[in-house]
Write a protein that binds this ligand. Structure first.
Ligand code: ZN
Length: 282
């Protein structure tokens, strides 16, 4: 190759890089792909501060990271604060695309005090943000990073962030919500489970199971007694399911560190969530 050609190629490459950077900064422009690598970098950043129990400075810090990312994506952000039973305040970070809400995607951002809570649930938060990057231009979606999910920390029998979220979703609007999902612990484990409090998969769970099979992820349905935020949403008359990889031997332990969280597993759940949302919203 001549040096003129090399210069031309170099200039072209520089132009392409600048163009990509410009596109990335335009609010409302959807990201091209779900990136497990980018999700993992965010898990590392969230977990790097250490444990973030409900009401802690680290939970607030995580909320700030999420809010900044939503705003970068061109989404309007609402902060919902709520008191904790033992004193202090937690918060949800909520972003909505245009139009009436028809789908809800949540991931809790608090953790237990034993460890950095990378898989539980930095992984869900980072994956939810990848989905938001893909679908920010699609009307009718509410994304929420929730506080105070960990009942061992709050002392409540409820997942308090989802209780607060439901207060902002009047009962009159809930029937038009066709899809609701909690992403919780989506970066470690060998079995992809779709979970719900119902004995049989509800409409959201069925949607995810169908798309998951189409993507070759071999998801299996597993009923639960209400282990995450989907429980409050389902009891509040939303068709809510939980997506999770099982099992993580470091659950609620010091060893729940970012290094163990798989970019590929988060990427798979991100793509699955995008495909399920697209199918649900038509
Ligand atoms: Zn969790």
């Amino acid at each position: 190759m001549s040096s003129a050609t090399v210069r031309g190629v170099t200039r072209l490459a520089a132009f392409a890089t600048a163009l990509c950077a410009a596109v990335a900064l335009v609010p409302g422009t959807a990201d091209a792909v779900v990136s497990g690598t980018r999700a993992k970098a965010l898990v590392e950043r969230i977990a790097s501060a250490g444990p973030r129990p409900a009401g802690s400075a680290n939970e607030r810090r995580a909320a700030g990271i999420v809010a900044a990312r939503f705003r970068e994506l061109g989404l309007q952000v609402t902060i919902q604060t709520f008191p904790l039973p033992g004193g202090g305040t937690s918060r949800n970070v909520v972003a909505r695309t245009d139009g009436p809400t028809r789908a809800v995607i949540v991931a809790h951002m608090d953790g237990v005090r034993e460890g950095p809570a990378a898989n539980d649930n930095g992984s869900g938060v980072a994956t939810m943000l990848e989905v938001a990057g893909m679908l920010r231009g699609r009307p009718g979606i509410l994304f929420a990073a929730l506080g105070a999910e960990e009942r061992a920390e709050t002392g409540s029998h409820l997942h308090l962030g989802s209780v607060r979220l439901l207060q902002a979703l009047p009962r009159s609007v809930r029937p038009r919500i066709v899809f609701a999902l909690s992403l919780d612990m989506v970066g470690v484990g060998t079995t992809l489970n779709v979970r719900g409090i119902e004995p049989r998969p509800n409409r959201s769970a069925r949607r995810v199971l169908t798309r998951g099979r189409a993507l070759g992820l071999r998801p299996a349905y597993l009923q639960d007694a209400g282990v995450s935020d989907h429980a409050e949403m389902s009891r509040g008359n939303l068709p809510a399911a939980l997506v999770t990889w099982r099992w993580d031997s470091c659950w609620h332990e010091r060893c729940d560190r970012a290094v163990r969280v798989s970019a590929r597993k988060m990427g798979d759940v991100g793509r699955l969530t995008v495909a399920s949302l697209r199918a649900a919203l038509g």
